[in-house]
Design a protein around this ligand. Structure first.
Ligand code: HEC
Length: 194
């Protein structure tokens, strides 16, 4: 590499650095932190309760928990978050109508899915700027436990299959395998209210 190439590289990298002001970096960091913490709080809350009901009453009991309490518990988590921050789960292949993504959210989910199909190891999150004060933090949700397959894989348990069909006649959240992208947690963060 000659001196001119070196110089242009230096110029290029410094202009990239200067494109984001230190203040904005600071803001983005705090936005990512809120996204991280909020999504983890939701995952933990739902995961722990699901485990408990699976242990105490088996898979049908756990199904009952998901159907009747996952959404309410999500709302409970939302009450604990700072003002202007909210969290939800969405999927293109949704089971519950309460978890349908908006058209714009769907675009992001489909992009993540096409990266996944191209064998890209997905990042822990992607951050979308909606407007000057609003960001959406997407945490991809991967089918990462055998337990998920009980209700989202090729369901073997006839009674469970029947129960799911009864509760969700339009269910499209089955047929998954380990490693598949199941959906995402979306944290919406309004900066100005923080
Ligand atoms: C006992 C059955 C059961 C198990 C096990 C289970 N789920 Fe679900 N899942 C459901 C039901 C029922 C819903 C719809 C109600 C809800 O949770 O909002 C659902 C909804 C979801 C949703 C929201 C989008 C949608 O389709 O409505 C995601 C994301 C999800 N599950 C991921 C997972 C992951 C990841 C695992 C493994 C860690 C898992 N599930 C394990 C029953 C289950």
């Amino acid at each position: 590499m000659n001196i001119f190439q070196t110089l242009s590289l230096v110029t290029l990298s410094s202009s990239i650095l200067l494109a984001v002001s230190p203040k904005e970096i600071d803001n983005l960091e705090s936005i990512v932190k809120i996204g991280n913490e909020s999504s983890i709080l939701l995952i933990k809350t739902l995961g722990q309760n699901m485990k408990k009901s699976m242990k105490s009453g088996g898979v049908l009991h756990a199904l009952d928990f998901c159907s009747n309490q996952a959404y309410t518990l999500t709302q409970e988590v939302n009450k604990k978050l700072p003002r202007g921050v909210s969290v939800k789960r969405v999927s293109v292949k949704y089971r519950s109508q309460q978890n349908i993504p908006s058209q714009k959210e769907r675009t992001i989910l489909e992009s993540l899915q096409s990266l996944k199909v191209s064998n890209v190891i997905l990042p822990n999150y992607v951050l979308q700027k909606i407007d000057k004060n609003t960001y959406k933090y997407y945490k991809p949700l991967i089918i990462n436990k055998i337990a998920c397959l009980k209700c989202h894989g090729d369901i073997k348990n006839i009674e469970l299959k029947h129960e799911i069909a009864k509760r969700y006649p339009l269910d499209s959240a089955t047929g998954y395998k380990i490693g598949d992208l199941r959906g995402a947690i979306i944290v919406t963060i309004e900066k100005s209210i923080k």
